[in-house]
Design a protein around this ligand. Structure first.
Ligand code: CU
Length: 628
């Protein structure tokens, strides 16, 4: 029996596209931008889970290439009908992988491009790559307003399997109408000169040095793994959760709970990444259009790549496939898309006593992860569940930085770092918005900002030693807009005031912030206007089924953020209700020579930690390991 939160199967994707085609005249000149499960609302879920009700729905976005008009359909798979058909005037749906490939092919065969390349001495077109980017509204040339526009970088491989992003053809940028797939114009600022001499390779055969030797390291679980996977339901030690997936968020964690004695206690209803904004902070002609929305424009699910045993994941691994689709609505399976395994995690707790000796427990964690490759960059996402009730969300950014030629020999760019002879990597930021629908022992929660404050001298504290924690309930959405404050070690506690622990205090989970950084963008700048969600570390909203995308449903060519800043204008109450936390974190990437030619993973994370959720250390019952 499939669970109501299970992602659409290949057959269901095909069926949804077929119904839309049949009932709405969606023909060959159209593209499907997205087809996904329309997740049942929280209110409907219990009846669907118990089988008292049935029904599967899909949500599809498609557009007509002939007139550029986009539509959003709700499709009843059980009822074999389109039940809602919404016209989306002026909206550009997400970019598709098909457009990226078709654009690359068209560009590389275009006589005008071949001509431009020839002037640079490039004649082997098999080594050329046209990497297409989406626009923001403010930088779409006025003459193309309203059209679906892409712009490209051209890159040249040094050899057949050479790094595709090592040699930028600086100054050369084709601009494309993606609906007609025609070249509109070529910006070409080539002023002569040869390609800089860089060492941009990472394949062992292409490296100038020999590989170092390393001793084998293997992980074995001779008695098998400690988790069970039943359909999409994952159980490990006290943790239980359900795995979901869609084109945009990639991995989704549903119904995360902790078995505490007889009680399966809810921690979160749904955890995912809802947006990623990457503004490049360099105004030069090669980089000023570069503000990527890797989730809203391209989709982490579409970008999810297959994992390899022993390389991406070590040990006893269970993989799950995922299904996305192409722009014709045909399903595309990503084998080994999600990795599930256990890891040793050092020491969990320890004490050495004179009499009893050393008592030590090793920590173990359950890891659920996926990797996404968004053109030159990779994002590796790890959700980790620990024996002491902690949840860690880690992101590793790796892959290849965007580079271009420096302005003149020996010059130093103002907004980037020289990373090889003659090339620099512009500064940029990766803002990730995690959507955390926590339900701590049930949906009615209140978020508190917790600030640490030192005591003032005087009274019964003459030495001014006292440290207090000021907990401020966030009562409305305006109060829910929170910024990190290192000076008071600010954190946020999600509390259920109607459930108390054995000590008589309300139970809670704490969002422990890290990797938070300010946008450092002029609020009036177009990049910020499109992504106002990155203006705060935390936003808190009341749960609404249709509030999913913090920078708006359709960031492609958008002028403003129609997500969080618009929803929260109503300043709705968020006290003692079903809240959603939107945590903004990521990587402030001041580029380094050491990030070139392939970047060692930059690692950031945040934590969710029980705070009075348990009465004591919940990992006292972890058994000791055997001596060897
Ligand atoms: Cu970066």
């Amino acid at each position: 029996m499939p669970h109501p939160l299970d992602p659409l199967t290949a057959e269901e994707i095909r069926q949804a596209a077929g119904i839309v085609r049949r009932d709405r005249g969606v023909g060959d000149g159209w593209r499907f931008a997205s087809i996904e499960l329309k997740e049942p609302s929280k209110a409907d879920l219990p009846a669907l889970e118990s089988g008292r009700r049935s029904g599967r729905e899909a949500l599809a976005v498609c557009w007509n290439r002939a007139d550029g008009q986009a539509y959003r359909a709700v499709v009843s798979l059980t009822g074999d009908a389109v039940t809602a058909w919404e016209h989306l005037p002026g909206q550009q749906p997400n970019m598709t992988v098909d457009e990226w490939h078709e654009c690359d092919e068209m560009i590389r065969a275009h006589p005008a491009v071949i001509d431009s390349l020839g002037r640079r001495g490039i004649t082997d077109l098999s080594r050329v790559l046209a990497d297409m980017w989406a626009y923001g509204a403010a930088v779409v040339p006025e003459r193309y307003a309203g059209r679906r526009i892409g712009w490209c970088d051209l890159w040249y491989r040094g050899s057949e399997l050479g790094n595709p992003y090592a040699h930028h053809l600086t100054g050369l940028h084709p601009v494309v109408d993606l609906n007609t797939m025609e070249l509109l114009e070529i910006e070409d600022n080539y002023q002569g000169g040869a390609d800089p001499e860089v060492m941009g390779e990472y394949l062992p055969d292409l490296l100038p040095m020999r590989l170092r030797s390393v001793a084998p390291l293997e992980i074995s679980q001779p008695d098998g793994v400690g988790f069970t996977l039943d359909g999409t339901l994952l159980s490990w030690q006290n943790w239980q959760l359900r795995l979901g997936f869609n084109h945009r968020e990639s991995l989704v964690l549903h119904q995360v709970g902790f078995q505490d004695g007889e009680r399966l206690r809810s921690v979160a209803h749904r955890l995912s990444f809802a947006e990623m904004v990457v503004p490049y902070r360099d105004a030069s002609p090669d980089h000023y259009r570069r503000t990527a929305f890797d989730i809203g424009e391209w989709g982490l699910g579409f970008m999810t790549t297959s994992l390899a045993l022993g390389c991406d994941c070590l040990g006893e691994i269970t993989y799950l496939d995922a299904v996305v689709h192409d722009s014709r609505g045909e399903p595309v399976t990503i084998p080994n898309a999600i990795c599930i395994h256990e890891e040793d995690s050092g020491v969990l707790w320890k004490h050495v006593d004179e009499r009893a000796g050393a008592e030590v427990r090793r920590a173990r964690r359950l890891v659920v992860s996926f990797h996404a490759t968004v053109a030159n960059y990779e994002y590796l996402v790890y959700w980790r569940f620990y024996q002491d009730g902690n949840i860690e969300c880690e992101v590793r950014a790796t892959g290849i930085m965007v580079t271009s030629h420096i302005a003149a020999p020996g010059s130093r760019p103002a907004n980037g770092t020289v990373v090889d002879h003659g090339i620099y990597a512009p500064f940029h930021q990766h803002f990730i918005v995690a959507r955390l629908d926590l339900d701590v022992d049930g949906p009615s929660n209140t978020v508190y900002a917790t600030d640490s404050r030192p005591a003032a001298p005087g009274g019964d504290d003459p030495y001014a030693l006292g440290l207090t924690v000021e907990s401020t309930p966030l009562r409305t959405e305006a109060e829910g807009r929170q910024d990190y404050d290192w000076g008071v070690q600010r954190g946020w506690k999600v509390v259920n005031s109607s459930v108390v622990n054995g000590l008589g205090t309300p139970v809670g989970y704490k969002l422990v912030p890290s990797a938070a950084f300010p946008p450092l963008l002029d609020p009036a700048s177009p990049a910020f206007q499109r992504a106002q969600a990155i203006g705060h570390t935390l936003w808190v909203t009341p749960y609404r089924e249709d509030e999913r995308w913090p920078c708006g449903d359709f960031p492609v060519q958008a002028a403003r953020d129609t997500g969080l800043p618009v929803w929260t204008e109503a300043d709705r109450p968020i006290e003692n209700t079903d809240v959603v936390l939107w945590y903004v974190f990521g990587i402030h990437h001041i580029t380094r020579p050491e990030d070139w030619p392939v970047m060692p993973a930059d690692i950031v994370s945040f934590w969710l930690k029980p705070f009075g959720f348990f009465d004591r250390n919940p990992a006292l019952d972890v058994p000791p390991s055997h001596h060897h």
